[in-house]
Design a protein around this ligand. Structure first.
Ligand code: HEM
Ligand code: NAG
Ligand code: NAG
Ligand code: NAG
Length: 341
């Protein structure tokens, strides 16, 4: 009787074990790919990978100081459209209009692409076919943020590069400067980011440039009140200066102005301090000050640079693993601008 019971218990428990294993296997397949990344991914196969990226990125940034902001924005755009998979680096060809040629990309600057290509070229000499373009872009972005005076954060490695890149997947995934606060919040929420993380990430606009057309409606003929009418939420001195700087913008599309007019090249919390004084450049910047859901975080970061750096660093770690591809979901591209096949 006892042995019968035991057998039953035994067979029950092995059935249970099998079930548990099945669930565990299912879970490991369902687990986010990010869980498979590790900072030591290239430790055996390309131990100097991170060091090589840092070297290349440092000399490029010294030679072309606009590289850092351009790369940071490029990374944001890559990660928000189908995950951090270097899909944004693919060039359009006769058969495919790639992500980077979606209209919103108009101003993605060449320096960001160039720095990745340079680092990849060095890596292909040292350890061919090993380091993915998406890992290079993630590392380069972190190094450049740090070079500008921003926080250091660890970068997990092991991303695979995308097997597709389509311009028509971009729209709707990336916020435009004319979004409402609610739209902005829902775009970030759809990617799993909280309102506070959204505000922290927006602090990236403490560096870099925007082209006049991105804020022209704030400084010229605002609400059809006449050519020099500007957005009342903008500081009048800034509005006047921008009206002058952008006077010729319809003829010269290349005119751009600093996102953070006070400390344009430094990664700091000045962006948030500016918002309190109406010195936000884009409508989507200034709106963070006026909306009650975002304003408390703007005030927190304006008052406390440490809080901003901590939260920006954590949010960048999260952004850096957003929708990553591992294993057979992608490939290690030989050239960052083209698929292997
Ligand atoms: C919250 C919604 C956001 C909107 C509406 C937005 C929009 C824009 C626009 C229109 C520009 C100017 C592009 C140009 O004219 O060249 C810009 C620049 C920039 N954006 Fe954003 N952005 C947002 C969030 C972010 C985030 C989350 C990051 C990074 C974490 C980021 C990083 C940058 C950087 C670094 C630049 C300067 C690029 C350069 O100097 O080349 N932005 N953004
Ligand atoms: C924002 O601007 C884009 C073009 O830049 C336009 O397609 C879109 O309709 C605008 N959205 C709103 C809410 O005005
Ligand atoms: C600033 O933020 C940090 C990190 O959240 C916190 O430890 C510190 O106490 C804050 N400083 C002030 C003055 O509130
Ligand atoms: C449609 C459009 O303007 N696409 C641009 C996207 O960005 C690249 C440069 O990276 C331009 O060459 C394209 O013209």
């Amino acid at each position: 009787m006892a042995s019968h019971l035991q057998r039953r218990v035994h067979s029950f428990s092995s059935a249970l074990l099998a079930a548990v294993l099945a669930v565990a296997v299912a879970l490991s397949f369902a687990a986010p790919s990010a869980a498979k990344l590790t900072p030591k991914y290239y430790q055996k196969t390309c131990p100097r990978a991170a060091e090589i990226v840092t070297q290349v990125v440092t000399s490029k940034q010294i030679a072309n100081p606009t590289t850092a902001a351009g790369t940071l924005r490029l990374f944001f755009h890559d990660c928000f459209v189908g995950g951090c998979d270097a899909s944004v680096l693919i060039s359009t060809n006769a058969f495919n209009r790639a992500e980077r040629d979606a209209d919103i990309n108009l101003s993605l600057p060449g320096d960001g692409f160039d720095v990745v290509v340079r680092a990849k070229t060095q890596l292909e000499i040292e350890c061919p076919g090993i380091v993915s373009c998406s890992d290079v872009l993630a590392l380069a972005t972190r190094d450049l943020v740090t070079m500008l005076g921003g926080p250091f954060y660890p970068v997990l490695l092991g991303r695979k590069d995308a097997l597709a890149s389509k311009a028509d997947t971009v729209e709707g995934n990336l916020p435009r400067p004319n979004v409402t606060a609610s739209q902005m919040i829902s775009i970030f929420a759809a990617k799993g980011f909280t309102v506070q993380e959204m505000v922290a990430l927006s602090g990236a606009h403490t560096v870099g440039f925007s082209h006049c057309k991105e804020f022209a409606h704030r400084i010229y003929n605002h609400n059809n009140r006449g050519q020099n009418a500007f957005d009342p939420s903008m500081n009048p001195k800034l509005a006047e200066a921008l009206q002058k700087a952008c006077a010729n913008y319809l003829k010269d599309e290349t005119i751009a102005t600093f996102n953070d007019i006070m400390t344009p090249g430094k990664f700091d919390n000045m962006y948030f301090k500016n918002l309190a004084r109406g010195l936000g450049l884009l409508a989507s910047d200034q709106i963070l000050m006026s909306d009650p859901r975002t304003r408390p975080f703007v005030e927190l970061y304006a008052a406390n640079n440490t809080a901003f750096f901590n939260d920006f660093a954590r949010a960048m770690e999260k952004l850096s693993v957003h929708g990553v591809k591992t294993g057979r979901e992608g490939e290690v591209r030989r050239r960052c601008d083209t698929f292997n096949n």
